[in-house]
Ligand binder design. Structure first.
Ligand code: A3D
Length: 320
């Protein structure tokens, strides 16, 4: 049986971390693509040399030509620029939209059957544009944000409750911006919802509100500390979880930026909602019943994404 071929479009901080994780998890062979000459080749060779120590057989190729991604089963897109302190994700839109046009054309030509996971920011608008530029089926183009935002929420909750991260499940929906919607009602410790944990005296409403706020600003907190770029370990882990769900047909239920065509009252936009990911890509979109407060937050988040899509159309009218 042929091994999976995983193409990483963008070989920067997240791309390099992804390449290493794919080897350690034995998910397949890796093609690293970048416009910067030498970077994908150098990182690929470095990781390939580590394979003898760690004992994995993934093969690594570094390329500067899209022909190298031919026939990829999965493409993970991080090409573009990240945030620096003082920048919002939205400030990246103009530069990264042009990058998505090139990436979309490359995937369309060489890997039209791939499952594509976009990470480039501003995420919800970039994945929306990438699907249009590439012309791939909507079920096969998704954005990574919800898994990361939920992972941050889970981590902060596990610290607050002093319990294993494994026992905390949490869900963050909506767009990947400061208006994201951490779903307190649907987040639990071993099945016990957070509102019940407040009643049980495990935490207070004020502390929970502070955790929700820290989750919303989780990316910015790391940008402020690093000063030279944005987070890359947790974003890479999150995208790997999505790729693995597809390659192993795991049918994982994960919050992903997904194309909505009427679900949640949203049409032709990518927004973070829970979906089932298996061999068919996005196999099912799960529609939750929001209460009034959640609905209001979700609508605010959707409005922010809508504004970004309109800004994309102003630059590239063919996206309309
Ligand atoms: P970085 O280390 O700068 O890597 C980006 C790479 O893209 C560099 O190696 C560039 O040379 C390359 N590149 C630039 N233009 C092109 C092009 N036209 N074609 C191919 N490659 C190109 O950034 P990073 O890896 O830290 O972050 C990558 C992206 O992910 C940024 O847009 C971040 O904002 C975004 N990001 C998203 C999340 C989400 O949760 C959605 C989290 C963290 C970072």
């Amino acid at each position: 049986m042929a091994r999976n071929k995983i193409a990483l479009i963008g070989s920067g901080m997240i791309g390099g971390t992804l390449a290493h994780m794919i080897g350690l998890k034995d998910l397949g062979d890796v093609v690293m693509f970048d416009i910067a000459e030498g970077i994908p080749q150098g990182k690929g060779l470095d990781i390939a040399q580590s394979s003898t120590v760690d004992g994995f057989d993934s093969r690594y190729t570094g390329v500067n030509d899209y022909a190298g991604i031919e026939g990829a089963d999965v493409c993970i897109v991080t090409a573009g620029v990240p945030r620096k302190p003082g920048m919002s994700r939205d400030d990246l839109l103009g530069i990264n939209l042009k990058v998505m046009e090139q990436v979309g054309a490359g995937i369309k030509k060489y890997a039209p059957k791939a499952f594509v996971i976009c990470i480039t920011n501003p995420l919800d608008a970039m994945v929306w544009a990438l699907q249009k530029f590439s012309g791939l089926p909507k079920s096969h183009v998704v954005g990574m944000a919800g898994v990361l935002d939920s992972a941050r929420f889970r981590y902060f909750l596990s610290e607050e409750f002093k319990v294993s991260v494994e026992d905390v499940s949490a869900m963050t929906l909506g767009g990947h911006g400061d208006d994201m919607v951490p779903m307190v009602r649907y987040s639990t410790v071993a099945g016990i919802p957070l509102p019940d944990l407040i009643k049980m005296g495990w935490t207070s409403q004020d502390k929970l509100d502070a955790i929700v706020e820290r989750t919303r600003k989780g990316g910015g907190e790391i940008v402020g500390l690093l000063k030279t770029g944005s987070a890359y370990y947790a974003p890479a882990s999150s995208a790997i979880q999505m790729a693995e769900a597809y390659l192993k047909d795991k049918k994982r239920v994960l919050p992903c930026a997904t194309h909505l065509s009427g679900q949640y009252g949203v049409k032709d936009m990518y927004v973070g909602v829970p979906v089932v990911i298996g061999a068919g890509g996005v196999e099912r979109i799960i529609e939750l019943d929001f209460n009034k407060a959640e609905q209001k937050m979700f609508e605010k988040s959707v409005d922010a994404v809508k504004g970004l899509c309109e800004a994309c159309v102003a630059i590239a009218p063919n996206l309309a």
